[in-house]
Design a binder for this molecule. Structure first.
Ligand SMILES: [Zn+2]
Length: 331
C-alpha cells in the first residue's frame, strides 16, 4: 500500500515545510515532532533573497542560503507532485526551472510572486498535498479491486476516472478526492457514525503516484522515520481512489494516529464499517500478510457484499482480492 501514516506522519503533513526544513538529523527531527504537536512550528522564518553561488557539473546554480539541500530537493519533489510534471529534476539545486515552477505555484495560489520559499509560501505548501484538485482520470481500465502490497503495485500513470471532491464537512481540514462510489459510501458511514453519537472525519483520501513519492521521501529521507507506514509510490491503495484514512473527535482529529485504535470511533468502525462497504486494510497482527504495519485509521472501500465476505472469513482484503484475481470482480 500504502501511504502515509504513523503518528509521525501527521507531522510531515503539517510538515516539513512549515519547520523551515531544519531537519538535518534524527535529533532535530525529534524536536520537529514535538513542535508539530502544538502547531507552534507554523511560525516560520522569512527567507531572504537568493544568492547565486554554487557551481555544479559546470552549471551555475542558484542557492538559497537558508535552505538545506534536503529542503530544496523536497521542494522540487513537492512541485513535481503538485503539477504532475517531471520537468524539473530532484537534485538538491535551486535552478531556474525550479524557480519558474515555484513562481507558477505562487501565481496559481495567489501568493506574492517572490520566487523563493518565503513565509507565506511555506505555509501554503504545508497542507498542499491535501488541497490538490481532483485530477482527470488516466482512462485506464478500472483498477479499484487490485490487490496492493509492497510487491504488487499499480502503474505510475494510473489515475482513476471520475474522481470527485468530498464536501469539507466530512474532512479534517480540506477537500479530498475519491471515486464517486467511495465518496458516497464514506459520507454515509460518517453520517451513520454521527447518528450514533460519534464524530469521524476523513484525514486522507486519493493520492497520486507523484504525491506518494513526495510523502515517501518526506517520511524516510527527510524526517528519517523508520516505521513502515508509508508505501513506496505505486504501492498505495490511496492511488486507487477507494482508500480513506479516518480519524475521530476523541483524539482531536489527529491524522494517522496510533491512538485511534483505542478510540470509541474506532470501536464503532470495527462494528459498522462493513455495513457501508469498508474494511480495514492493515489490521494489527496481520503484518506478515499485508506487508505493512498495522493502520487502524486506514479503510478501503470494497462494497458491502465483499466487505461482509472478508469479515466473515476473517481474512485481509489483500488475501481476498488475490484469491479473486482472474475472476470478474465488481463493486
Ligand atoms: Zn491510508
Amino acid at each position: 500500500m500504502k501511504h502515509v501514516e504513523g503518528t509521525i506522519v501527521a507531522l510531515f503533513l503539517m510538515g516539513a515545510f512549515s519547520f523551515g526544513f531544519t531537519l538535518l538529523s534524527r535529533e532535530t527531527n525529534t524536536i520537529a515532532v514535538l513542535r508539530a504537536k502544538d502547531n507552534s512550528a507554523l511560525i516560520l522564518n522569512a527567507v531572504t533573497a537568493p544568492e547565486v553561488v554554487k557551481e555544479t557539473s559546470g552549471i551555475a546554480q542558484e542557492v538559497l542560503p537558508e535552505m538545506t539541500e534536503a529542503e530544496i530537493s523536497t521542494l522540487k519533489i513537492f512541485l513535481r507532485a503538485y503539477y504532475q510534471t517531471e520537468k524539473i529534476n530532484t537534485t538538491p539545486y535551486f535552478d531556474t526551472d525550479t524557480k519558474a515552477l515555484l513562481l507558477k505555484y505562487q501565481r496559481d495560489t495567489a501568493l506574492p510572486e517572490t520566487g523563493i520559499l518565503d513565509t507565506a509560501t511555506r505555509k501554503s505548501i504545508t497542507d498542499a498535498p491535501f488541497r490538490t484538485h481532483c485530477p482527470k482520470g488516466s482512462g485506464d481500465v478500472d483498477a479499484s479491486m487490485t490487490p496492493i502490497s509492497p510487491t504488487q503495485g499499480i502503474s505510475k500513470t494510473y489515475t482513476p476516472d471520475g474522481l470527485i471532491a468530498m464536501p469539507s464537512l466530512y474532512t479534517k481540514n480540506t477537500s479530498f478526492c475519491l471515486t464517486q462510489r467511495t465518496r458516497d459510501a464514506v459520507m454515509a458511514l460518517i453520517d451513520g457514525a454521527r447518528a450514533d453519537g460519534f464524530s469521524i472525519k476523513v484525514s486522507s483520501a486519493f493520492r497520486s503516484y507523484a504525491t506518494q513519492a513526495y510523502l515517501y521521501r518526506m517520511h524516510f529521507d527527510i524526517l528519517k522515520l523508520t516505521r513502515k507506514t508509508v508505501a513506496v509510490a505505486g504501492h498505495s491503495e490511496h492511488q486507487l481512489g477507494v482508500a480513506v484514512d479516518l480519524t475521530g473527535a476523541s483524539i482531536g482529529f489527529k491524522s494517522a494516529s496510533a491512538y485511534f485504535k483505542t478510540s470509541p470511533e474506532y470501536t464503532w468502525l470495527i462494528a459498522h464499517a462493513g455495513e457501508y462497504g469498508f474494511v480495514q486494510s492493515y489490521p494489527t497482527g496481520k503484518e506478515t500478510i499485508t506487508g505493512y504495519a498495522g493502520e487502524p485509521w486506514h479503510f478501503r472501500y470494497v462494497g458491502k457484499e465483499i466487505a461482509n465476505e472478508i469479515l466473515k472469513e476473517e481474512i485481509t482484503v489483500y488475501e481476498y482480492l488475490n484469491k479473486m484475481t482472474g475472476e470478474a470482480v465488481s463493486i
